[in-house]
Design a protein around this ligand. Structure first.
Ligand code: FA5
Length: 342
């Protein structure tokens, strides 16, 4: 019996080693390990052997069976590799790749970067402040008393705050950054502070509940309205890439004295009169003024020691003017048909 097993093994290895393709190999698999194979007959007849013989023949038969199975598997792998059509799999590295579509910054981020570049080139620093602000910085320190009607101008989203300390809110403008910066810095300085603001108001083509403002603050010993007008003209001329004139009109903000609204000459019609400027030749841009001494005092400066100007305007407004966009709500709509035009 032992001799028979060894003979089958030798024959199996010889024949499998000569197999030329996978078809031949599968025939050999049936021949040597199949149900009707000589090997299977041996395994079946093990039960008729004596116990002594079983101890020798049993393990031998099993180990030869797994040796043949292992050799069959190995040969199958080799034949598979041999029969693989490598030519068909060749990669042509000269075929142009598929273009990956790249996104770009949101138009508001682009304009913010652009504005920051213009101002930093004029020696301004960029200051930042929190979007969740305290009542103190958003209103009180800016000389807006608790019962002052000016507070109604900024309909506020109050933020639930269980700390029992000061009330908090989503800032309604970027002006609180003025006080935060002045508390930590001594004049002279020039800063800008772009950022998100929130107002609890009904939205329409000109108003959003969430929008961006842009604050500028220049403080020194003798800063005056002339400096404001010059800086504003420089900025808007750079931004619109043409000569822009600035005019100021009297207005009111509690944190500036005197206060003004400022307009720029219409960048579309060069003041000839068009639909964008409603025929006036001027476009309303934002609010400005000389920093109220009350704000300096709230920031820790001595009354009357410094002078400065501040201004604030809507970032969306600049893009609306530049691209003649007719609805501010498009900026936050997430509509790619709009975004992809920039
Ligand atoms: C202010 O917020 C003042 N803090 C500006 C200021 C700063 C004045 C420094 C003086 C000195 P006002 O509420 O007018 O002012 O807003 C300024 C600009 O923000 C507006 O001209 C407009 O462009 C933009 N803005 C205000 N409310 C909205 C809104 N709901 N949606 C879109 N833009 C808005």
């Amino acid at each position: 019996m032992e001799e028979k097993i060894r003979k089958i093994k030798q024959e199996a290895f010889e024949e499998v080693g000569k197999a030329k393709n996978l078809d031949e190999l599968s025939q050999l698999k049936i021949k040597y390990l199949g149900r009707k194979s000589a090997f299977n007959e041996i395994l079946k007849s093990l039960k008729d052997l004596s116990n002594e013989e079983k101890k020798i023949i049993g393990p031998l038969a099993n180990s030869v069976k797994s040796e043949i199975a292992g050799f069959l598997e190995e040969t199958e792998r080799l034949l598979e590799i041999k029969s693989f059509d490598w030519a068909a799999e060749k990669i042509d590295v000269t075929i142009p790749g598929q273009k990956i579509r790249r996104g770009h910054l949101h138009p508001l981020s682009m304009v913010r970067n652009e504005i920051e570049d213009i101002f930093t080139a004029m020696g301004f620093e960029i200051a930042d402040g929190p979007e969740i602000e305290t009542e103190h910085y958003n209103f009180d320190a800016l000389n807006i008393p608790k019962d002052h009607p000016a507070r109604d101008k900024w309909d506020t989203f109050w933020v639930k705050n269980d700390s029992g300390k000061e009330r908090t809110l989503l800032r309604t403008h970027t002006s609180p950054v003025q006080v935060r910066f002045m508390e930590k810095n001594k004049p002279p300085f020039r800063i800008i502070s772009p950022g998100k603001c929130f107002r609890n108001e009904a939205t329409d083509a000109r108003h959003e509940h969430t929008f961006y403002q842009f604050e500028a603050l220049v403080v020194g010993d003798d800063i005056n309205v002339g400096h404001f007008k010059f800086i504003a003209q420089q900025f808007f001329s750079s931004f619109f890439k043409k000569e822009i004139d600035v005019r100021v009109r009297p207005s009111y903000f509690p944190f500036t004295e005197p206060s003004f609204e400022f307009d720029i000459s219409c960048s579309v019609c060069q003041q000839k009169g068009c639909s964008v400027c409603s025929g006036t030749g001027w476009l309303e841009v934002g609010g400005a003024g000389m920093v109220n001494q009350e704000v300096f005092v709230a920031s820790g400066y001595p009354r009357g020691r410094y002078q400065g100007f501040a201004w604030g305007f809507g970032l969306e407004r600049l893009l609306i003017l530049r691209h003649r966009i007719d609805d501010i709500r498009l900026f936050h709509s997430g509509d790619l048909r709009f975004i992809n035009q920039f």
